[in-house]
Design a protein around this ligand. Structure first.
Ligand code: ADP
Ligand code: MG
Length: 576
């Protein structure tokens, strides 16, 4: 079997809705929704069970609803995973009389969607991501999963509807802790969810809603209005369907007519307003459960076919005091999000998030006030790097690590992001071993781990946001300064390093001279180092050269020291 001839099987993204269901797939890197043979990308979530055992799904089943109301199953999502009576809704049919179950009916819808996809893709499919409302409990989620399996679909993930919607709106690119309200008004249900972006995924902070509130209610009220004017029997399914069609047209047009009756958008809005206003309490509740005020939200997105109504958009704008995001088709957003999730799972979509780079270098301050870079600027995240450090002076029992961001050579010219202290047992200079590791995750959260390897004690610090989110202007300014001061900075760095070296050499030289007697050459070299150290000039190159000379001169001193030590030991042992 040649691997290149194996066309990888796509994973379906499915919105199994109360009123409508949709299916999509990622094709050549793009999420697309699939149309059935009539060209429709949306299938009514309706199943007809004829007396002869024939099963119809979608538009076909919906058309027979008027004829066979007790054999036409609608809104089965309200019943799935619930015990009888628990849904608080009495359907116009009896599933037990029909000898079926919500799982079996949902499986019929899923089988239909699978067939739509297989026909469009001209290949078999066996895996899917299916969305459910955020408030669905384990029983409802498991029942949905079983429906998938019954339809011969391996359910790779059960995804929350608001999360799917947020993915479709591209909000996964939002920064850490950004908050989104998802306002979903469908055919029969209203859901409001507040999400927060945490570590690259959406967390549902709160959900609220009304399982008995949606576009169907508006259709019913408008049907009453129409049948009243036209003296038609109310509850007639044809009037109801006519009302829905009028309602949809009034989302675009100012007037629409039904059997010669002209209906204006203002009339519809007068009828619909009290129902739309019912969403208010749920929205306030969800906000208060999430501990947020409307102004603390970063986005409000609209989902569900009923949010196409201008009245709903106006109402949401007023309620949340902001312009809702309407950049996606509200009735397709959940399916699109499920498809994107399926694409990510299947590896055919990459999360763009991972391509972020560090705008500025990250490092720590080392002895003498220098910047020691651990993760250079423009490193692709996630990234991980570390280094070992030791104590610069004897008897030190802790190390203060200042975490810095910036391009300057000296610590003081960079920005401090945080600091941690690492304790370790006191000992001679150079005896401590402290490993410092920076790991920057895909969201730009920097975790600093400092470990004393002698005792294996860890000190950690989490820095969120600032490592990646730096205003462009500040980044530009930092880089410009690092270029402007490049010469001075480099001189300062060499100076500091030379100064540290001199401060280490001089006491050692003094001790050696005291032990071994004078050496004019060494004395002169040491004096030159001292003069340069005290000079306000900070001549880095000269100090470096003087250090080298002193070091060379003491080489002979060191040889003498060793000879003297050997001699002494021989004397002690009585060999001389
Ligand atoms: P669900 O999530 O319940 O499956 P949908 O998101 O598909 O539902 O929304 C279906 C509802 O949206 C129906 O009540 C339908 O009448 C309504 N709807 C669809 N398009 C429009 C429109 N253009 N204007 C107003 N309502 C619409
Ligand atoms: Mg929906």
């Amino acid at each position: 079997m040649k691997p290149e001839t194996l066309k990888s099987e796509p994973i379906l993204g499915i919105d199994l809705g109360t009123t409508n269901s949709l299916v999509g797939v990622v094709d050549s890197g793009f999420p697309i929704l699939l149309a059935d043979e009539t060209g429709s990308r949306s299938t009514p979530s309706v199943v007809g069970l004829a007396e002869d055992g024939k099963i119809s799904v979608g538009a076909v089943a919906l058309r027979q609803r008027a004829l066979h109301p007790t054999r036409t199953i609608t809104s089965v999502k309200r019943l799935i995973g619930r015990r009888p009576g628990e849904a608080g809704w009495t359907p116009p049919y009896s599933l037990s009389d029909l000898k079926t179950s919500p799982v079996e009916v949902s499986a019929e819808i899923l089988k239909h969607l699978k067939a739509v996809a297989e026909r469009a893709l001209e290949q078999p499919v066996s895996r899917a991501v299916i969305t459910v409302p955020a408030y669905f409990n384990d029983a409802q989620r498991n029942a949905t999963r079983r429906a998938g399996e019954l339809a011969r679909l391996e359910v790779l993930r059960i995804l929350s509807e608001p999360t799917a919607a947020a993915l479709a709106y591209g909000l996964d690119k939002l920064g850490e802790h950004q908050k989104v309200a998802v306002f979903d008004l469908g055919g029969g249900t209203f859901d409001i969810s507040v999400l927060e972006m945490r570590e690259g995924t959406f967390q549902v902070l709160s959900t609220a809603g009304d399982t008995q509130l949606g576009g169907d209610d508006i259709d019913r009220l408008l049907a009453e209005f129409i049948s009243d004017r036209l003296k038609l029997p109310p509850n007639d399914i044809r009037v109801l369907e006519g009302a829905e069609s009028v309602k949809k047209r009034l989302s675009n047009d100012e007037t629409a007519s039904f059997h010669g009756l002209h209906i204006t958008r203002a009339e519809l809005e007068r009828i619909a307003r009290p129902w739309i206003e019912r969403t208010r309490l749920h929205c306030l509740r969800a906000l208060s459960d999430a501990g947020l005020k409307p102004e603390q939200l970063d986005e409000v997105i609209l989902v569900g076919g009923s949010t196409r109504m201008p009245l709903v958009r106006d109402y949401v704008r007023e309620l949340f005091q902001r312009e809702p995001n309407t950049s996606q088709n509200p009735d397709e957003a959940i399916a699109l999000g499920a498809t994107i999730q399926a694409g990510i799972l299947g590896g055919s979509l990459r999360q763009v998030l991972l391509l972020d780079v560090t705008p500025l270098s990250l490092g720590i301050e080392t002895f003498g006030g220098l910047m020691n870079i651990i993760i250079p600027r423009n490193t692709t995240i996630p990234a991980k790097a570390g280094e070992m450090f030791t104590n610069a002076v004897a008897n030190q029992d802790n190390m203060l690590i200042r975490i810095l961001q910036g391009e300057r050579e000296l610590a003081k010219d960079n920005w401090e992001l945080g600091r941690i202290e690492v304790p370790f047992p006191a000992g001679p200079k150079g005896s401590a071993r402290v490993g410092v590791q920076f790991s920057l995750d895909a969201n730009g959260i920097l975790n600093v781990l400092a470990r004393d390897t002698a005792t294996n004690t860890d000190s950690t610090l989490e820095i969120s946001g600032t490592a990646i989110d730096v205003e462009d202007e500040r980044v530009e300014q930092m880089i410009a300064e690092s270029v402007d001061f490049a010469f001075e900075d480099m001189n300062e760095r060499i100076w500091t390093e030379a100064k540290l070296k001199a401060e280490e050499l001089l006491p050692a030289v003094d001790a050696a001279l005291a032990q071994l007697g004078e050496s004019t050459e060494v004395r002169e070299c040491a004096a030159e180092v001292r003069r340069l150290l005290d000079s306000p000039e900070h001549n880095a190159a000269a100090l470096k050269a003087a250090n080298q000379k002193l070091d060379d001169a003491t080489q002979s001193l060191a040889v003498m020291l060793i000879e003297r030590a050997m001699e002494e030991s021989l004397v002690r042992r009585g060999l001389v």
